[in-house]
Design a protein around this ligand. Structure first.
Ligand SMILES: O=P(O)(O)OC[C@H]1O[C@H](OP(=O)(O)OP(=O)(O)O)[C@H](O)[C@@H]1O
Ligand SMILES: O=c1[nH]c(=O)c2nc[nH]c2[nH]1
Ligand SMILES: [Mg+2]
Length: 175
């Protein structure tokens, strides 16, 4: 799968140079690995999935940790690949879950990049346990648990954003 170079913008974080393509199988394994790590933390009474990317790992982690009370925190910030706009909260969390500043609440997202999204969640729920599958150096220190770190100049391509496509033989590039 080839990656088109991301667009640049003066307000954007460092333009990604590298591409990390994640298959469904790999994502499932990494989300399970996150659940294994989280099983040593907690216990958690409820979960918050950070939409949209957090919905997929949240389902996998909830299944592994037998969590059934799940809310969403609906937020968006990236307007295009590598181009971050304002972090906009479209929907907060239910009062009963937010009660107690998030104590006993597990928050799950697919990744922490600049950490802007995690900062929003931390401000709302300072006692929550925030977990992501992947993290970049700026976001990783703000997260309580993650599985794999990639460099800041790597763009992660998630399986729900990918499709199968023809690959030209390597020899073609040398002609
Ligand atoms: O650490 P940050 O720089 O805040 O970036 C990480 C966030 O960006 C992406 O979400 P996005 O806002 O693009 O929305 P999506 O989940 O709907 O794709 C990703 O799913 C994280 O939630
Ligand atoms: O698909 C994505 N890959 C990334 O690396 C990333 N960083 C922020 N938002 C992102 N979305
Ligand atoms: Mg997201």
């Amino acid at each position: 799968m080839s990656a088109s170079p991301p667009p640049s913008s003066s307000s954007a974080p460092p333009v990604s140079q590298k591409a990390f393509h994640v298959s469904w199988d790999q994502f499932h394994r990494d989300a399970r690995a996150l659940a294994w790590r989280l099983s040593a933390s907690g216990p958690f009474s409820s979960m918050i999935a950070v939409t949209r990317g957090g919905l997929v790992p949240a389902a996998i982690v909830a299944r592994e940790l037998d969590l059934r009370l799940i809310d969403t925190f609906c937020v968006t910030s990236y307007v295009a690949e590598g181009v971050q706009g304002e972090v906009t909260v479209l929907k907060g969390v239910a009062a009963e879950i937010a009660a107690g500043a998030g104590a006993g609440v597990l928050v799950v997202d697919d990744l922490a990049d600049t950490g802007a999204t995690v900062k929003q969640i931390r401000a709302l729920l300072p006692k929550a346990h925030i977990a992501t599958v992947y993290a970049k150096p700026l976001g990783g220190p703000l997260v309580d648990t993650y599985v794999t770190e990639v460099s800041q100049d790597t763009w992660i391509y998630f399986p729900w954003d990918l499709g199968l496509s023809f690959q030209a033989p390597i020899a073609d590039a040398r002609r």
